[in-house]
Design a protein around this ligand. Sequence first.
Ligand code: NAD
Length: 296
Amino acid sequence: MKATIVGAGVIGVSWAGLMASRGLEVTVSDPAPDIEAQVRAGLAELVPALRELGLPAEGLDARLSFEADLATAVADTDVVQENGPERLDLKHKIWSTIEAAAPAHALFLTSTSGIPATEIATALQRPERLIVGHPFNPPHLIPLVEVVPGERTSAETVERAVEFYRSLGKKPIVLGKEVPGFVANRLQAAIFRECVHLVADGVVTEQQLDDVVTSSLGQRWAVSGPFLSFHLGGGAGGLPHFLEHLGPGLRKRWGQLGTPDLDEPTVALLSEQAAGFGGTVDELAKARDTAQIAVM
Ligand code: NAD
């Protein structure tokens, strides 16, 4: 099976590594002049993580080729995963070139974090072919892919996208509606709003807040999500009992949650406290990746 990775920045490199490790022949198309060196270096960094996860990590380089001309890059592909810049005009340009050159059977997937498939597909003759396959960064590690059909995406495209992501070992979740930010990023935004409020209000420091999360919600939610957790919290009566018993308190708390701004003083405070994490961002990211793989 042949895949084309269009746009090989942060997300594209990670998809390319995962797809190559799953045995796909991957063509990378990105107009950046030094893209091959960048992607091959990025790939070398992924290899230890793939090995730790028990995924094949040999011969990835040989399964990767580079073609700057987009039409040529998709001419005999089976699946396109587009990870270009998050701009509607560029996505329109990219996708109309892809549609004109790709085989009729090729699956069209976009990694966009926020532009609905309905809007991107206005550039296509056959909008039913396009669907959002939104990964949670980095796609070679984190299982979730939010599969978000546009208004005109066909049921066949949804089914093929789900099957494709499962074949990569991912956990595809099909959303029932296009909503801004999809689901995971909306949750992140909701929780982060309260995190900012608690730090800005002086209740906890950033480091304390992170400790609260990693030693409670983070561990729990890795095995049971918010709904199952509260279902179990309701004892034999399950979620109905939980909502009857603790729902009023929960509702009251909704009214007490903060609505902070990201104004200059707040950003300054958050930035100052972030220095307390110590080390360089690169060192912290490496430590985080090692711990993440151990958890997985
Ligand atoms: P990025 O800036 O790291 O990479 C974008 C790449 O696109 C660059 O390498 C650039 O050279 C290339 N590019 C520019 N013009 C192009 C063109 N005409 N054709 C092909 N490639 C072109 O961006 P990113 O963070 O990897 O994001 C890519 C997409 O993935 C965006 O749609 C973004 O919303 C989505 N996404 C990002 C994240 C994230 O955490 N970074 C997570 C999920 C989804």
